[in-house]
Design a protein around this ligand. Structure first.
Ligand code: LLP
Length: 443
């Protein structure tokens, strides 16, 4: 039994995993007598009380992930939770309570972080297109650091600070031209990507920054992509950054911290193999451990993905000569990852009492697009009209990517602690959507 996770179920450790010494880490989402539970609460009970579809998250899982990641380091490593993965105020609050900082990418995220109880010093701000309004807000909030992505952003920050008669801590985000070997839409560290400052210009950019009176260089940052399942790309990028830090220090720049971004992948199925926290932490320590530097990391997905379920009800089952479509009441507007990134998410019947099925299901939503699906040709135990099903690993980049397409209101979010729960975002109603629209006067 692992002292931090507490969920390693040896019955579920496959032989190959034992051989590779990689244990399946159980989330607190499991069947008890064929009924699916999140921690000590049955999903059926949740769905009795709350309209489907809805998201629900295990609080304990998120806390345990944070603790396990923190404890994997022998050196001090400061975690700035990348709130884009799941920015619900309760999730932010619980991570702030654990001592996490917050990585933001917009003025809206700064406002959210402050609303959850963060102060400026808890916040770092990355992002490729920061407006003057957003920069002004960040600077007035006295955030800990702005990760700068271009020369014009650098001069805009300096100009705004001059007007406000203040000085802002900055780091420069390097594009190291390393392929993270992940999905093309979430690769950020190749030279052709829009992110960061091109490697060849980075030293001259530090020289320019050091001449600006209203910015204060404190660090360097890098982020090469998301859902990275192998340490090699990290190693390559981190070694480049290590050499760069030595060069920059040699040139007289004060580099007090290195921000290594996020990106470590999670398991979406039992077959996925990802580096352990310990392996990730050891890599970082082996490269930066003797550099007398503060290490920051910005994990998002890692902390929340496997805490969450999307609970949805089967509206209809349609069998054609080619397929069996299980049509559910959630849709791509609620959860877009399968169709946007071709991502795999396990899907389970909430009441596992109808036995195995010899059918391959297409699990789809009701939206008028063929891309509105959660799984294709999926082997799943039997379900019938009215059954509840749960889509797994949706805690990261789930709710935050939802929309009102097809005039479908955004759904509720629920947090579970042991056998109790609370709605942490109310379902939007159609009237709320309509309230923001007008019929033009001349119509
Ligand atoms: N730091 C920066 C600068 C980032 O751009 C990101 C993610 C992170 C940290 C956190 O990365 P993570 O630890 O979560 O991998 N919607 C996509 C993922 C987009 C990631 C964007 N940037 C998905 O659902 O896979």
């Amino acid at each position: 039994k692992n002292k931090y996770f507490g969920y390693i179920d040896l019955n579920n450790v496959s032989f190959s995993r034992l051989k590779s010494n990689k244990y399946k880490i159980m989330t607190p989402i499991k069947y008890k007598s064929n009924n699916l539970y999140v921690e000590g609460l049955s999903i059926e009970k949740l769905a009795d009380d709350n309209q489907t579809p809805f998201y629900c998250y295990s609080e304990k899982y998120i806390e345990d992930q944070y603790q396990a990641l923190k404890s994997a380091f022998d050196m001090e490593a400061k975690i700035f939770y990348s709130m884009k993965a799941n920015s619900n105020l309760s999730i932010l609050k619980l991570l702030l309570n654990k001592g996490s900082g917050i990585d933001v990418v917009s003025g809206g995220e700064i406002e959210r972080a402050l609303n959850a109880g963060a102060t400026g010093k808890d916040i770092i701000y990355a992002g490729v297109g920061k407006t003057d309004e957003e920069l002004t807000y960040a600077i007035k909030t006295k955030i800990h650091c702005i990760n700068v992505e271009s020369q014009s952003e650098l001069t805009r920050i300096n100009d705004i600070c001059e007007k406000l008669n203040t000085k802002q801590n900055i780091s420069l985000r390097v594009n190291p031209d390393v392929d993270a070997k992940t999905h093309v839409k979430i690769t950020t560290g190749k030279a052709e990507n829009k992110f960061g400052i091109e490697f060849d210009y980075i030293k001259s950019m530090y020289a320019i920054a050091s001449e600006l009176p209203n910015v204060n260089i404190i660090g360097i940052s890098v982020h090469i992509g998301s859902q990275i399942t192998n340490l090699k790309p990290f190693k390559k990028a981190f070694q480049i950054i290590y050499d760069l830090i030595n060069d920059l220090r040699g040139l007289g720049h004060k580099i007090k911290h290195v921000d290594l971004g996020g990106g470590l992948g999670v398991t979406y199925s039992d077959d996925d193999n990802v580096p352990t926290f310990k392996e990730y932490a050891s890599l970082i320590q082996s490269i930066f451990g003797n550099l007398n530097i503060e290490v920051y990391i910005e994990p998002g997905r890692l902390l929340v993905a496997n805490s969450g379920l999307l609970v949805t009800r089967v509206v209809d089952i349609k069998t054609t000569s080619q397929k069996t479509f299980v049509i559910v009441d959630a849709a791509m507007n609620d959860f877009i990852r399968p169709t946007l990134y071709n991502s795999y998410h396990e899907i389970l019947p909430v009441k596992n009492n109808l036995g195995t099925s010899n059918k391959l299901y297409d699990i789809v939503g009701p939206i008028c697009e063929t891309g509105d699906y959660f799984a294709k040709n999926r082997n799943m135990n039997s379900v019938q009209v009215g059954s509840l099903i749960a889509i797994k690993s949706v805690g990261a980049y789930g709710s935050v990517l939802s929309s009102n397409y097809n005039s479908r209101p955004q759904i509720a979010e629920i947090i579970v602690q042991n056998d109790k729960y609370e709605v942490i975002r109310e379902r939007v109603e159609v009237k709320d959507i309509l309230a923001r629209e007008r019929i033009a006067n001349w119509l």
